[in-house]
Design a protein. Sequence first.
Length: 222
Amino acid sequence: MAHGKKSFIRQYLDPASRLGEILFGLIMVLSLTLTAEVATRGRTGARELLVAAIGCNLAWGVIDACMYIMNCMTVRSGQARLMKAVQNALDADTALALIRDKMEPELESLVAHDDRSAIYRSMLMHITQGQPAKITVIREDIYGGLVCFWLVFLTCLPAAAPFLIFSDPIRALRISNLLLLVMLFMVGFKWAAYVGANRLLTGLAMVALGLALVGLAVLLGG
């Protein structure tokens, strides 16, 4: 079952997006727990903090899922506009120029200059025979949005757990913050593995970055 869930998440979100969603969720929770005076008012205050942390990530998970779906539709809309522009071009050279302007930055580091012309002509042939798709929400958009929601929401659970285990709200708050900082480190550690950076230094840098972003959010009233 765990392998199936992992495969589902990896299918709809790339590594950078997955880590970004987790980082976003951690920062949202830390902005609450690091400034939580309510946790010093006894068990009732701790429950309020717990509910606030879960509710905050629940709400932002929904918002992030909606933004993901909107972004997917925007990308497809850009592809449809390119297709229409190419099909309505005055001649083949103009159409090829439109394709080149769109694809050159992406292909420049991957394909030799002499080979790109053949790729553009192959794309032109494909586009002229195609039909621009209607821009609607598709199943993959919804699945990707669900993954975004799930990752953002899950990040609040380790922070919530200490308030369910410990009766002392101060101890629970400190353990919660420690767990969140460890998770920040792990996000940086994992990200370093993808980009080939030093894992220890990147993990520590991610903790520093996360705390800086939390401080900025608090300073701006977030």
